[in-house]
Design a protein around this ligand. Structure first.
Ligand code: ATP
Length: 249
């Protein structure tokens, strides 16, 4: 379906179409479509644009990614469908590895996601079951010994709250991109960015480029000053603030 250029919600509808197309080609799992629907609802409530809170969250996240020694970006079917190119650019800007992690993990889906990133010049980690996140029972427990297992920081998107919690128990810093400020993922993360991955990933890359030349101490200070729960409360309060508080369109 071609969405008219003048449609006020064109971007959201195009993303919707994209998820459906990648579902048909096997990259997005059926549950991924439902997760996308939940995300769309929250995105509608924040006005389908990056809020001031999200900009502050992304700035702190960029600082954290730059101070990490072994950062990893975790991808799944939805994020591959929506922003593989932008993820590849972010991974080069930091630099960070890219690792695939799936709840509905099948050889076919792993291969399809690996191929999408290969086209972008990225060798995706995580296709072999060689290391585990202790405590996790789902297939999301499988991680790459050279990727998430050895990482000191992980950027996760459309994640489940359990894995975020267990990754933190392993001593890793977790940055989450999640449109739902109430999700366990957002609340368990060190830094949560309440924004659509399609906007948050390029914004993160922009801030990484902006902060890259800053001293480590300056970056660490930005991270230290950030309070995730307080920041999530700001995001939540914008949503609860009512339709009259911002302009849509
Ligand atoms: P949790 O376990 O963290 O409480 P959950 O059970 O809702 O969360 P999932 O079913 O994996 O976890 O849902 C995925 C999350 O990703 C939801 O919170 C949803 O709002 C969010 N989400 C969906 N699409 C996007 C998107 N495009 N950008 C950012 N976040 C998204």
């Amino acid at each position: 379906m071609k969405v008219p250029k003048s449609h006020p919600r064109r971007k959201s509808l195009e993303e919707h179409e994209r998820i459906a197309r990648y579902f048909r080609n096997g990259i997005v799992a059926p549950a991924g479509m439902m997760a996308h629907g939940r995300g769309e609802a929250f995105d509608y409530l924040i006005g389908e644009r990056t809020t001031e809170e999200a900009k502050r969250q992304a700035m702190a996240a960029a600082a954290l990614l730059l101070t990490a020694k072994r950062p990893v970006i975790c991808v799944n079917g939805n994020t591959t469908a929506l922003c593989a190119k932008e993820i590849a650019e972010l991974s080069r800007a930091i630099p960070a590895s890219v690792e695939v992690n799936l709840f509905y993990r099948t050889k076919k889906r792993l291969g399809l996601i690996e191929a999408e990133f290969r086209k972008l010049g990225i060798r995706v980690l995580g296709t072999k079951k060689t290391a585990r996140v202790p405590g996790l029972v789902s297939k999301r427990q499988f991680v790459d010994p050279d990727g998430v297992f050895a990482a000191d920081a992980a950027l996760v998107m459309l994640e489940d709250g359990d894995r975020t919690e267990f990754l933190r128990k392993m001593g890793k810093k977790v940055i989450a991109i999640d449109l739902n400020p109430l999700s366990r993922t957002a609340r368990n993360a060190d830094i949560a960015i309440v924004d659509n991955v399609t906007r948050a990933v390029p914004l993160l890359a922009k801030f990484v480029r902006k902060l890259r030349k800053k001293k480590r101490k300056t970056l660490m200070n930005i991270v230290k000053k950030f309070d995730n729960i307080k920041s999530l409360e700001e995001s939540e309060s914008r949503i609860r603030g009512g339709a009259g508080r911002w302009k849509r369109g």
